[in-house]
Design a protein around this ligand. Structure first.
Ligand SMILES: *Cc1c(COP(=O)(O)O)cnc(C)c1O
Length: 345
């Protein structure tokens, strides 16, 4: 097996792991510092094991009438997903997702001793409700991952697919909305499907839209009985007092933290339009990144961009590369570098 390993190279333009490349605004950073300083005074004591204030913060942020009993959080949504698998997967059980999808699902699944089963998508990476339900019914998985929109392809997923998959399984259905904030404004979240669906879990992260990747904070919303199951598998005090303080402070500034989302979406759409003009084939995306095909030799193009100071991602899909939308300057640097390379197939 190979560990998760996106290269961490100190290049001037790093657009490879879908971070928000805009720094946290100074006034918010100052407030977060004050909150951490306050938390430090009590750091001789264990933190609030139930991270009550933070769960309230997430419930308020998500809306939809959610309360803190329906919220869970951990050190990145990767840990949140790991908790779900530790509680509901394990030896003799199966987790399922439609490939290509987020590379951590199989790793986290296998680390609990469970089996990973990959389903299939249409050639444009979409998934339709009837086909999805049939595939899930066939495998009868204990946990289903629906990445909405999907990483690494950017593909949106209709709520009708989630409903159909939920009805086709007796297992836990996890909708990973890591990129939800980049979807069109009027789109409904899977959070709207939670009432009456006690096996549905909707996960989110502060790592992408929220410009908080380095703080490691992810969260989910689900039925309170699911939350109780997650309490069984988490390590005691898994969220440090400093993490709780920093995340709660950042949430108080949610509109400011999220203020760059529209700008990032504009750069994403500019990437799609420009790579298409250069002869590549960008896929539809509701995220902060673009997967584009028509790359004759992805490894060579990746290296040529690297040599020009631009780091993007080879996600292992033949003829494709993935790039994160950066600031206007970073995006320009990427597009100029790509234009200087002769590499369409
Ligand atoms: C980035 C990402 C995550 C989460 O990352 P954390 O930093 O661990 O919160 C989860 N799911 C998908 C699909 C992602 O792309």
């Amino acid at each position: 097996m190979t560990p998760y390993g996106a290269p961490q190279a100190p290049l001037p333009v790093a657009l490879n792991v879908n971070e928000n490349t805009h720094p946290v605004p100074q006034d918010v950073a100052d407030d977060i510092m004050d909150s951490i300083a306050l938390a430090l005074r009590d750091v001789n004591r264990y933190p609030d094991r139930e991270f009550t204030a933070l769960r309230e913060g997430f419930a308020d942020y998500l809306g939809h009438g959610l309360t803190r009993e329906q919220i869970w959080a951990a050190n990145g949504s990767n840990e949140v997903l790991q908790h779900v698998l530790q509680a509901f997967a394990g030896p003799g059980r199966t987790a399922f997702g439609f490939a290509p999808t987020y590379s951590m699902y199989p790793l986290l699944t296998r680390a609990t001793g469970a089996t990973w089963v990959a389903g299939t998508r249409a050639p444009d990476y979409s998934v339709d409700a009837a086909d999805a339900a049939a595939q899930v019914a066939d495998v009868a998985p204990d946990v289903v991952f629906l990445c909405a929109p999907n990483n690494p392809t950017g593909t949106p997923l209709g709520l009708e697919v989630i409903e159909a998959v939920y009805d086709a399984t007796a297992g836990v259905v996890v909708v990973d909305e890591a990129y939800f904030e980049f979807a069109p404004r009027e789109e409904r979240s899977a959070l709207t499907l939670l009432p009456g669906r006690e096996r549905l879990v909707v996960s989110r992260t502060m790592s992408k839209a929220f410009a908080f990747a380095g703080a490691r904070v992810g969260y989910l919303a689900a039925d309170p009985t699911v939350i109780d199951a997650l309490r069984l598998v988490r390590l005691p005090y898994h969220l440090s007092a400093l993490t709780q303080a920093a995340a709660s402070a950042a949430l108080r500034h949610a509109p400011t933290m999220l203020r760059m989302v529209d700008e990032i979406v504009a750069q994403r759409d500019r990437i799609s339009a420009t790579v298409e003009a250069l002869g590549y084939t960008p896929h539809e995306t509701w995220t902060n990144f673009v997967l584009f095909g028509g790359v004759a030799d992805p490894a060579t193009t990746w290296q040529a961009l690297y040599d020009r100071g631009v780091l993007i991602r080879d996600v292992g899909i033949p003829s494709h590369l993935r790039v994160t939308a950066g600031t206007e300057e970073e995006t320009t640097a990427f597009l100029d570098a790509l234009a200087s390379i002769e590499s369409t197939s």
